[in-house]
Design a protein around this ligand. Structure first.
Ligand code: RNT
Ligand code: ZN
Length: 411
């Protein structure tokens, strides 16, 4: 179907595809740098550890800042619209000696900021509470050892400063996400103590002065992890309570709940009580496996909620890391899938369906929810891509494969 025909079809159900195309172009997604090198970073060559794990050994990963920057730039050229890049503290760029996490500063992020400026990317940031010798017995900010806590508190404070620097330099608010792996493999005897210490450490971090308009701290919960199956300090309830009482944002990661839990259902409640919702778009397969996101029901449901609640109220970031496939393709596919689901959600007559729900017309609601799934969203996607000057269909794969052959596999 041509765009013109699709436009007419959508107009009949009250949807202005021109408006939709414009709105979609205005939704920035924060692309996670860590898909590019399996959450490796530039401090060690040891790979990720301390509550985080990648699987796969696909060739061609970025091992230097230059390579990672080049790969991100390449991927972004195949993704319609202007987006953001999400950096982790372990991606600091060090001269001769690695500056330890408690002393990291803007110095290590100047090259990133210059690069982001040049490319017109916004930056988001994350302190790195893993892949470090000071993750002791699986604990960081909640460690019973005051020295360990102090080290990580300093890291958090330094990262707030770095985030503020990024935001000010790029004139764009920087979301800074706090995720700590803290937890226990087996039943702890004390569930309260670690949480009290966690809250106290976080309070010490957030006591630092930072520009509340430009730096947006978010706090990510997690149900379990490999090696922390029985208890995580930053459970969903803990994070909700902490974030709500300290007036920061809570972050939902789609891989951090029971597999049968409907993460999309949480969005409206978050929105009501936080005003804004931070999201890690991910795909768990049997566990928090961080697979590349697909256009599946979970992503569809999340995108539908994001669109209904107003995309401007969301900080959308991707979070997955598959080391078993081409990493550049993983980025491009995930970003485009997110955009495709947002587009499909925008092409759904949500007001009409809502009215049916309120009028108790459940038969019509069900039938139309299903019928609308087969409307010609693809024609609108193609038009969107062509206006944004990126390939619309699977031809982007060939372009990535060429880059792989010419660049990635030569590393
Ligand atoms: C881990 C969390 C966290 C990380 C990134 C690298 O389970 O999802 O968000 O994936 O910080
Ligand atoms: Zn996450």
């Amino acid at each position: 179907m041509s765009y013109k025909e699709a436009q007419k079809k959508y107009a009949k159900i009250g949807i202005d595809t021109e408006k939709v195309i414009k709105s979609l172009a205005g939704i920035p997604i924060s692309m996670h740098c860590w898909q590019g090198d399996d959450v490796g970073g530039f401090e060690t060559t040891g790979g990720a550890s301390g509550g985080i794990q990648t699987t796969g050994n696909y060739p061609g990963k970025a091992t230097t800042p230059e390579q990672l920057m080049a790969d991100i730039e390449f991927a972004m050229k195949l993704i319609p619209g202007k987006h953001r890049v999400n950096l982790h503290a372990c991606y600091g760029i060090h001269k001769d000696k690695v500056v330890d996490r408690d002393k990291l500063g803007v110095e290590q992020f100047k090259p990133w900021v210059a690069w982001a400026k040049k490319n017109g990317f916004g930056l988001d940031f994350n302190p790195t509470f893993f892949s470090h010798a000071n993750v002791v017995d699986g604990l960081t900010l909640s460690s019973p050892d005051p020295k360990i806590r102090q080290f990580w508190i300093k890291h958090g404070i330094q990262c707030l400063k770095i985030a503020e620097y990024m935001a000010k330099e790029l004139k764009s608010p920087c979301a800074i996400n706090f995720w700590c792996p803290d937890g226990f493999k087996d039943e702890p005897s004390d569930r309260l103590g670690p949480r009290q210490r966690m809250a106290d450490s976080l309070d010490k971090i957030f006591k630092t002065k930072y520009d509340k308009k430009m730096v947006l701290p978010t706090f990510e919960s997690k149900l379990f992890g490999i090696g922390v199956e029985s208890y995580t300090v930053n459970s969903h309830e803990f994070v909700m309570g902490y974030a709500q009482s300290r007036k920061i944002l809570a972050l939902l990661d789609m891989g951090h709940f029971h597999l049968t839990e409907n993460v999309a259902d949480k969005i409206s409640s978050f929105l009501m009580f936080f005003g804004k919702v931070a999201f890690h778009i991910s795909r768990p397969v049997r566990w928090d496996s961080d697979h590349v996101i697909r256009q599946n029901d979970d992503l569809r449901a999340a995108a539908q909620e994001i669109v209904k609640m107003g995309p401007e109220n969301f900080l959308i970031a991707l979070d997955y890391f598959d080391a078993s496939i081409c990493r550049v393709a993983a980025w491009v596919l995930g970003m485009r899938n997110m955009q495709k689901e947002l587009l499909k959600a925008m092409l759904t007559p949500n007001a009409q369906l809502k009215a049916m729900q309120d009028a108790g017309e459940f038969t019509a609601q069900l039938v139309l929810q299903e019928e609308y799934k087969n409307y010609p969203a693809e024609a609108v996607w193609d038009e969107f891509c062509s206006r944004m000057k990126v390939p619309a269909g699977e031809e982007w794969l060939k372009i990535v494969q060429k880059y792989e052959k010419d660049v990635l596999l030569k590393r």
